[in-house]
Ligand binder design. Structure first.
Ligand code: ZN
Length: 102
């Protein structure tokens, strides 16, 4: 699995409705083309790069773990706040425990 932050244009806002993790369907044994598959879960955080190109993407808890394990980039993790009326917005306070170290 690969968390594909490069696929997101820096100027595009993170999708708060759906996790933006994508991976190739099948395995290296799969015959024929392997389309990208996108996670269909609701995201819980937005990760935002702290250096150029300042890309951002939304991730569910599962894919946030995968991102932190497989990606060494400096990012801040911003929780998504959801309201009872269905609105969602990105918190401006990073999760203190999620800042990538070193
Ligand atoms: Zn996901």
């Amino acid at each position: 699995m690969r968390v594909n932050i490069e696929a997101q244009q820096p100027s595009v806002k993170a999708d708060l409705a759906r996790c933006q993790c994508e991976w190739k369907a099948g395995s290296f044994m799969t015959l024929g083309p392997r389309p990208w598959v996108r996670c269909d879960k609701a995201p819980t955080v937005v990760v935002r790069e702290l250096a150029l190109p300042f890309g951002e993407m939304s991730l569910c808890d599962e894919h946030l773990d995968a991102f932190k394990q497989h990606d060494g980039r400096q990012v801040e993790t911003l929780p998504i706040v959801r309201y009872a009326d269905g609105r969602a917005e990105v918190s401006t306070c990073p999760r203190s425990d999620d800042r990538t170290s070193g």
